[in-house]
Design a protein around this ligand. Structure first.
Ligand SMILES: NC(=O)c1ccc[n+]([C@@H]2O[C@H](COP(=O)([O-])OP(=O)(O)OC[C@H]3O[C@@H](n4cnc5c(N)ncnc54)[C@H](O)[C@@H]3O)[C@@H](O)[C@H]2O)c1
Length: 253
């Protein structure tokens, strides 16, 4: 049975929310009554996603910002202040995943991956946490098995950024505990989203991958969103600084 959450007094910001896991997380929070800011760099897609939620009667706003741009991130949190006067939950979900051998990785792609996946997490966390110190809150970082326990292949910048995100999660959890701000990371396995479309096209590779997953299938975005809801809820009141595998049992460490 899926628990019945009520986040009606809660303001949530989800980055990278125009599609995939971020959109599903935003939809899940909005469905529980939360006020949700959907952030993305893709203006048309995030406006469309937000409008669809608005038509369902959800209280939502779109904010177009590159999470790696400090002034754009600051403007986003000021806009949330002006609209709702608080922020209670931040989900750092925006991410990019370039595919390249280390031997010829461009410095620009390496740097951009760290900027979006890791520095973006820092910048949004800093803005959100400054607003949470007086009232508590929750921060959830969408990392990856790639940063914790599962080397992928040709994804060195991605794995480095996700490992960094997990280290940052633990530091933030330690630092913010006394403010009542809990910080956790989620480490998904392969989830069915646009990001993994190119992987899923290779049926032989997918069959091999599935054969190593005890639950014998790929994950769905809603299976990440459900853990986000739980981590943000009072049911998880003693949980902070953890990095949660959601990967069908592929990694059990
Ligand atoms: N799909 C998977 O199998 C999987 C597995 C492990 C971890 N993850 C992580 O989950 C998160 C979401 O993945 P997804 O599969 O939904 O990806 P996706 O590519 O489908 O969606 C990512 C979204 O982030 C947005 N984005 C990219 N750069 C941005 C920036 N600089 N500022 C704001 N928004 C930006 C994109 O426009 C897009 O809408 C990522 O952090 C990813 O690394 C995904």
């Amino acid at each position: 049975m899926i628990p019945d959450y009520d986040f009606s007094d809660t303001v949530v910001c989800v980055t990278g929310a125009a599609r995939g896991i971020g959109l599903t997380i935003a939809q899940a929070f909005a469905a529980t009554g939360a006020k949700v800011c959907l952030n993305d760099i893709d203006e048309a897609a995030v406006e469309q996603a937000t409008e669809a939620l608005r038509r369902e009667g959800r209280e939502v706003m779109a904010f177009v910002a590159d999470v790696a741009d400090p002034s754009a991130v600051e403007r986003m949190f000021t806009a949330i202040d002006q609209r709702w006067g608080q922020v209670d939950v931040l989900v750092n979900n925006a991410g990019v995943e370039p595919v390249s051998s280390i031997l010829d990785h461009s410095l620009a792609d390496w740097q951009r991956t760290l900027d979006v996946n890791l520095t973006g997490t820092f910048l949004c966390t800093q803005q959100a946490a400054r607003r949470m110190t007086g009232r508590g809150g929750g921060i959830i970082n969408i990392a990856s098995i790639a940063g914790k326990s599962q080397p992928l292949y040709l994804r060195s910048a991605y794995a480095a950024s996700k490992a960094g995100q997990i280290g940052f999660t633990k530091e933030a959890a330690r630092e913010f505990a006394s403010y009542g701000v809990r910080v956790n990371a989620i480490c998904p396995g392969v989830i069915v989203t646009p990001m993994t479309e190119h992987l899923r096209e290779n049926e032989a590779q997918m069959a091999r991958w599935r054969s190593e997953i005890p639950l014998a299938r790929l994950g769905e975005a809603d299976e990440i969103a459900q853990l986000c809801l739980w981590l943000a809820s009072d049911a998880a009141s003693y949980v902070t600084g953890a990095a949660w595998h959601v990967d069908g049992g592929k990694n059990m460490a």
